[in-house]
Design a binder for this molecule. Sequence first.
Ligand SMILES: Nc1ncnc2c1ncn2[C@@H]1O[C@H](COP(=O)(O)OP(=O)(O)OP(=O)(O)O)[C@@H](O)[C@H]1O
Ligand SMILES: Nc1ncnc2c1ncn2[C@@H]1O[C@H](COP(=O)(O)OP(=O)(O)OP(=O)(O)O)[C@@H](O)[C@H]1O
Ligand SMILES: [Mg+2]
Ligand SMILES: [Mg+2]
Lengths: 256, 256
Amino acid sequence: MARIVAVANQKGGVGKTTTAVNLAASVAAAEHKVLLVDLDPQANATSGLGLESADLEHSVYAALMEPSNAGALVRSSELPFLDVLPSGPDLYGAEIELVEYEERYARLQNALHGLESEYEIIIIDCPPSLGLLTLNGLCAARSVLIPMQCEYYALEGLSQLSKSLEMVRAGPNPDLYVEGVLLTMFDGRNNLSRQVAEDVRTNFQGRVYDAVIPRNVRLSEAPSFGKPILLYDISSKGCQGYLALAKEFLEVPGTQ
Amino acid sequence: MARIVAVANQKGGVGKTTTAVNLAASVAAAEHKVLLVDLDPQANATSGLGLESADLEHSVYAALMEPSNAGALVRSSELPFLDVLPSGPDLYGAEIELVEYEERYARLQNALHGLESEYEIIIIDCPPSLGLLTLNGLCAARSVLIPMQCEYYALEGLSQLSKSLEMVRAGPNPDLYVEGVLLTMFDGRNNLSRQVAEDVRTNFQGRVYDAVIPRNVRLSEAPSFGKPILLYDISSKGCQGYLALAKEFLEVPGTQ
Ligand SMILES: Nc1ncnc2c1ncn2[C@@H]1O[C@H](COP(=O)(O)OP(=O)(O)OP(=O)(O)O)[C@@H](O)[C@H]1O
Ligand SMILES: Nc1ncnc2c1ncn2[C@@H]1O[C@H](COP(=O)(O)OP(=O)(O)OP(=O)(O)O)[C@@H](O)[C@H]1O
Ligand SMILES: [Mg+2]
Ligand SMILES: [Mg+2]
């Protein structure tokens, strides 16, 4: 049974993709077999690892429409222990199409069934919404990792996210739990950052990672070279942050 | 006929809400009658102006379901010339519900018909997606303002956004044009910022505002006080950026 983790937060631009890509790469560097599923039509996780975005038949879209297909769609990345189930722009249409499908929340869950035996860890990058794509991610996962930008609007969104997780737990995925909350783009010099970090630690007692990702321009440069931070600038503060996260992630699988 | 502008970009966290709120407030401060429509279930534009998010019957959700209702849902803000059509979390359900409705792209357009005579300018804050809520915003608007964060992933998303605008122009709203592209969170000290800004100016010849919004922590602090930057810190670089934008916005209504 693979450990399946959804990286989700409906607030935009909080570091979901940066976290999914760099956590997956750091864990793969420690020689654990990892699959990264890009469930966002923006296909940022796909390009962040240097892959071209996929067309209709070759992206996660095809796996949602025909779950038994998923294995054939997986691609390798530059890192030997990291594979990717890529996304592409056709996924934009999927949200509307999925409304009419049977088991519309369980399409990804069914698609990953056939893959679980090949991977130790499966990480799902979700889009900035609470629509059917994200709900598929939350139903396929056993736990959710919440990147949390240290800003006011992001803080406001946490209560809505918690409500959605309740809804998923009450319905299609009763065992879903919060793996951890990761503070991202933290800037210790700025009051707002510190204040938000304190609020989050109070709201999510005990489930906030010790690892904190600082605001670091190297993290935003790396995707333009199609590389995770580990292969772009291993000595950067951003990379140190994600290596610390990977260590914590591997130590405590998270229980609820 | 009011000037109706959608602030849209499917990339998350690029400054859509910050732009919608602060442009609306700056234009209202110049005594033009403005309505800000919050079309995002996150309801950040609503709270960014100090208003409580609305429940089902009192939010833009009710205007989408019953367009003739819209006038009764409008609320005033702290600024005399600025009103708000607020959002609330119930809007999350609207995207799925709208799929089954007649004229599912034109619900907001119909709702704003009755309001146009009361306002000179209507600004619509869109969510980070290309689903039915954003499509409603793009069909109700006559032009679109694109906030563009000076980062790599945001640059990648521009071509998808252009395709979606083409789709809207080919279908329900043939006259939609790009009012302008606004560079946000610009940091002149960083190569990536300058490079992205240059790429954007090449891609969108002549339609990039001269006004550039610098990264400025005061902009991210203002929403925690429920105030636009004008009322929070008028001397800040962020405020100067949005006042310059408002001036440009009012000078050239944008033509194609
Ligand atoms: N710690 C950091 N320091 C500096 N820049 C960062 C950091 N983390 C992410 N970024 C940059 O901030 C932007 C937003 O991050 P990212 O795209 O990962 O967020 P997201 O939550 O996946 O966005 P979306 O909601 O669009 O999916 C990107 O341009 C990214 O490169
Ligand atoms: N120029 C700026 N300088 C510093 N911080 C900014 C700036 N513009 C916006 N912010 C902050 O960055 C975050 C993202 O901005 P904002 O929420 O306006 O983006 P958005 O595109 O509306 O996001 P979403 O995709 O979730 O709707 C917010 O916390 C905001 O306060
Ligand atoms: Mg992302
Ligand atoms: Mg917003």
